[in-house]
Ligand binder design. Structure first.
Ligand code: AMP
Ligand code: ZN
Length: 462
């Protein structure tokens, strides 16, 4: 597979460093509320990425963390009057349920930050020893960005610096600071009264780790100093990922991630999602409007990950229709395939273009388009050929993580049609064949077919 690398700024062929398993890390959710569909754009694309590698025969090792201690989780757990553990466990479980509904493969390892405080403290110790960090008077520890010449490579800070004319003498203590401010960032935050019970002992006094450090420490634990790829939403490029590179390269000495994969943000109504604008959607919000998680997944993969995706409710209805067309195409292929022939797809046949799109910079809209053209091409196939094509179709579908509706959703039958049908059914049961025939004709003229069965009838649109 070829993928655009944020650091190299070009498409690069992906090959596992160890020759067998592609090892990658995704920054996980901050569990202080339900994840929104913007978060899920990122997680779904990462899932398609993994599925595509696996479908292509590669082994993967996927690590995604849970951010269960930071400014926001502490603030909101206290507002809710719950312990940080109870509060974040609740939202982690909700996140997992949403992931299941969306068909996301669970990561191979899903470490939480609270469980890895000793590793984070050890990393700070190393950074202090090597002269990349310093303790401040209040008991906090900061990373000295001037000590790391590579700082800013990922986000091209050198260029932005010149444009912004900023200087390097600031210091940031909050987990998320202004995108354009260049400053030393916090590794260990000294205990403050507003942290309540959420503090841990350390050689620098009581406190808690900074957010950026958590990923670096867990990556070192589960992936080591060198691994294949690191991913997140585009908002994480700076400062989060820039800071991770600085911490990890300085503490561990390796190259850190060989590739960087960033997903562009989902927009709603052309702008940022926000609670105050009332356009921040969760899966639950959309389920209340009658849309399934699979409808959402289809919309999220409907745009290329490097392009902004503008979410609308109409796009969900269109997604449902598109999936029902795909399901219909697959069913008619299945009907022509002899039941005893079940093929593992050896080649992609009519779905080669769909598969190639996925491997060309994870072009998911191209892949979906390829499924439709593939089905049109496959419609002329019979017997064993149809069975082969169906296997290939299903293989691409699995790579996209889509589950299609089993049966065509029943068409809404207008009340007057239903009334006519009922009248005809009564006439038929009364053996008034002439009336039943005339009424069948009447229904046909109105565009409805009535199929009689033993127990009842079925209506379908002609
Ligand atoms: P958070 O829970 O805020 O730590 O974010 C989890 C993931 O969602 C990160 O990779 C973010 O970059 C990503 N993310 C946040 N907002 C959006 C959005 N609107 N579109 C796509 N990804 C997003
Ligand atoms: Zn991270």
């Amino acid at each position: 597979m070829r993928l655009y690398d944020t650091l190299a700024r070009e498409l690069q062929e992906l090959r596992p460093l160890d020759g067998t398993t592609f090892r990658f890390y995704c920054c996980g959710p901050t569990v202080y509320g339900p994840a929104h569909i913007g978060n899920f754009r990122t997680f779904v694309l990462q899932d398609v990425f993994r599925r595509a590698l696996e479908t292509g025969g590669m082994r993967t090792f996927h690590v995604r963390n849970i951010t269960d201690v930071d400014d926001k989780t502490i603030r909101d757990s206290q507002a809710a009057g719950k312990s940080l553990k109870d509060f974040t466990t609740f939202w982690t479980e909700k996140f997992h349920a949403d992931c299941d509904a969306l068909g996301l493969l669970p990561p191979h390892v899903e470490p939480g930050a609270i469980e890895h405080i000793p590793q984070q403290i050890a990393m700070i110790g190393t950074l202090l020893e090597k002269g990349h960090a310093y303790a401040s008077d209040d008991g906090s520890v900061y990373f000295n960005i001037a000590s790391f010449p590579g700082y800013g490579k990922l986000s091209r800070l050198d260029q932005r610096e010149l444009e912004l004319g900023k200087t390097q003498n600031a210091r940031a203590n909050s987990d998320e600071y202004e995108k354009d401010s260049l400053s030393d960032f916090v590794l260990w935050k000294a205990r403050k009264p507003e942290d309540g019970e959420n503090f841990w002992p350390s050689p620098w006094g009581e406190g808690r780790p900074g957010w950026h450090l958590e990923c670096s420490a867990m990556i070192q634990e589960y992936l080591g100093a060198d691994f294949d790829l690191h991913s997140g939403g585009v908002d994480l490029v700076f400062p989060h990922h820039e800071n991770e590179i600085a911490q990890s390269q300085c503490a561990c000495g390796g190259h850190f991630a060989a590739h960087w994969f960033h997903i562009t943000h989902l927009l709603v109504d052309g702008g940022k999602m926000s609670k105050s604008l009332g356009n921040l959607y969760t899966l639950e919000d959309l389920a209340a409007r009658g849309f399934s998680a699979m409808d959402v997944r289809y919309v999220l993969i409907g745009a290329h990950y490097r392009k902004p995706l503008n979410f609308t409710l109409e796009s969900l209805a269109a997604a449902r229709e598109a999936m029902s067309k795909l399901a219909k195409g697959a069913r008619s292929l299945a009907a022509k395939a002899p039941a005893e022939t079940r093929f593992d797809a050896v080649d992609f046949g009519p779905f080669q273009a769909a598969w190639d799109s996925l491997n060309d910079d994870l072009n998911t809209p191209g892949c979906l388009g390829g499924l439709f053209t593939g089905l049109r091409e496959a419609a002329k196939l019979e017997g064993e050929e149809a069975a082969r094509a169906l296997a290939a179709f299903n293989r691409v579908l699995r790579a996209l993580g889509l589950t299609l509706p089993e049966e065509e959703p029943e068409a809404e039958v207008p009340a007057e049609i239903r009334a006519l049908a009922e009248e005809r059914w009564a006439a038929r049961n009364a053996k008034d064949w002439a009336k039943a025939d005339t009424m069948r004709q009447q229904l046909t003229e109105l565009g409805w077919n009535m199929k009689d069965g033993k127990e009842g009838y079925e209506l379908s649109q002609s």
